[in-house]
Each structure stands twice: as structure tokens, then as C-alpha cells.
Design a protein around this ligand. Structure first.
Ligand SMILES: [Zn+2]
Length: 280
């Protein structure tokens, strides 16, 4: 069984064949069972049960898909939040998490890409919100997801974890970084670990992925074998990095108050990677 990752799951039927049929999308928006996502301060609004809040259609700019037969739309939020919302995520229902990620990431993209990157003209929303077309040069632009590798390096039964200065006290997590143009996932994993911890790795293995809508990343979770253990930490990137034993990781995930570190929260794929490693 692949590990369960927050923001993963079936979500809506995206019904993407309908995106190229504006008449059909307009018909769907006019149906009595059509609903529109509610927003608050640039983030999808949650009700008291942590479910996404829906209302009657007023500005169906983005066609999110079908919930059973019910068409689901969203307006573009007026405020671009795009910031980490860990407090909100703690309340978010698992079943709605994939749709939360989809809607927020798409809205973030529109908020930041209102002009054509070829000629600079203001572009128009087309394909039910899944693309923008420039009326000046005709270029079509599609929503992007930026690939980020996030990885555990293992050596002699211990795992390498690091902490960034903005983490809560005692938290350690997986190292991570953006995949650069011209790079494979494997090369990005090796480069990030070499840059941040000063060690070489081999046998990079894909574990799981996670959409991360702050603003629009795709986290690619990997495991790697470290070829040595003496670390040279890049203190411009990290506050610390160190090795943790299996027992230390188990105690941290179990919430032991005497654990050697505070693990990443449940909605972070870094936690899933730790759980997968312990279970293996
Ligand atoms: Zn253009």
C-alpha cells in the first residue's frame, strides 16, 4: 500500500473534456444544483466541521469539476493569500483536502499570471479557468506546478533530517529544494543533499508525491542512500542537520514527550516519508 499523503485522494471528477466546451460549462453553471466555492481572505472557506463551504453561483470563473452530478465552480478570490496556512490545514477535512489544494493552487496561478509572459498584454481566462489566452499574440498559458524534491537520506540505519530557522522549537524535517531546469528528480535530490549537508547519495527512490498549494508546488518525496555520514551543513540554508536513529524517529512520531525531536505535522509529506520508512 502506498502511504497516505495529505492533499491526496480522489477529489472531484475534473471532467476536463468539458473545458473546451464553453456552452456546456455555461449550461452546468445555470443548473440548480451547481455550487460555487466560498473564499475568505484569499483561502477556501471552511465550515465548523472542516469541510469546504459552498454557495449559490454568482461568478463561475473556474470550473472545478463534478461532485457526482453536481457542478462545482469557483470565483477568483480578490485577495491573493498564497501563504502557509498551517492553522487552517489542521482543521481541514481529509476528503476535501485535494479540492482545497486544487482550487487554491489554480486561484494562486491566476492571481500571479494575469498578463501574457510573451508580450505583456492582459490575458483572458479560457477553458473553464484551466488556461489563459493572450488577445494580443495568441499565446496560451497553462497553470503551472513547480516540482520540489523532498527527501530522506539514510546511512547505517539512521536518517538525515534538518531544521530551518523558522521552524517551531525542536522540529526537524526532511531536506527539500526546487528541481531546476535540465535536472532529473534523482539529480535534484543528490544536489540538494550535497549542497545542504555536504554528503553524496545514491539509489534515489521515489516514494510519494503531494500537491502543495502555497503557491503551487508539487512535492516529490524520495528516499536516498547516503554514501558517508560526516556532515558539512550549509548554515545559510539550515539552522542544523543531524542523523536520527530508528528508535528516535519512532518516539517522535509516537508523540513521546522525551523524543529527540518534534516531527513534521500530519499534513506535511515529510511526515509521510518518516512513517513509510518506519513501516518498511
Ligand atoms: Zn501575448
Amino acid at each position: 500500500m502506498p502511504p497516505e499523503v495529505f492533499f491526496s485522494g480522489p477529489g472531484l471528477d475534473r471532467a476536463d473534456v468539458l473545458r473546451s466546451q464553453p456552452d456546456r460549462i455555461a449550461e452546468l453553471a445555470a443548473r440548480p444544483d451547481a455550487r460555487e466555492l466560498q473564499w475568505a481572505e484569499g483561502l477556501p472557506l471552511l465550515d465548523s466541521a472542516g469541510r469546504l463551504a459552498w454557495t449559490q453561483i454568482s461568478s463561475p470563473q473556474l470550473f472545478l469539476g463534478l461532485d457526482g452530478e453536481s457542478p462545482r465552480f469557483s470565483a477568483l478570490p480578490l485577495v491573493d493569500a498564497g501563504r502557509l496556512a498551517f492553522g487552517l490545514l489542521a482543521d481541514l477535512d481529509d476528503r476535501d483536502a485535494p479540492l482545497f489544494a486544487c482550487a487554491l493552487s489554480l486561484a494562486n496561478w491566476h492571481a500571479r499570471h494575469g498578463h501574457c509572459s510573451v508580450c505583456g498584454q492582459a490575458s483572458d481566462i479560457v477553458r473553464g479557468g484551466w488556461s489563459r489566452r493572450c488577445p494580443g499574440c495568441g499565446a496560451e498559458h497553462f497553470p503551472r506546478a513547480d516540482p520540489v524534491v523532498i527527501m530522506l537520506a539514510e546511512h547505517d540505519g539512521r536518517l538525515l533530517l534538518g531544521r530551518q530557522p523558522h521552524y517551531p522549537p525542536d522540529r526537524y524535517s526532511a531536506l527539500a529544494g526546487f528541481v531546476e531546469p535540465g535536472e532529473t528528480i534523482e539529480a535534484a535530490v543528490a544536489r540538494e543533499i550535497r549542497e545542504e549537508a555536504g554528503i553524496a547519495v545514491a539509489h534515489v527512490r521515489y516514494v510519494a508525491s503531494q500537491p502543495w498549494p502555497f503557491p503551487s508546488s508539487l512535492m516529490i518525496g524520495c528516499h536516498a542512500r547516503a554514501l558517508s555520514e560526516a556532515l558539512t551543513v550549509d548554515y545559510t540554508e539550515l539552522e542544523d542537520a543531524r542523523w536520527f536513529t530508528r528508535d528516535q524517529v519512532a518516539a517522535a512520531l509516537a508523540g513521546d514527550e522525551n523524543a529527540a525531536f518534534l516531527p513534521p505535522p500530519r499534513h506535511a509529506i515529510a511526515r509521510t516519508l518518516l512513517e513509510e520508512w518506519l513501516a518498511a
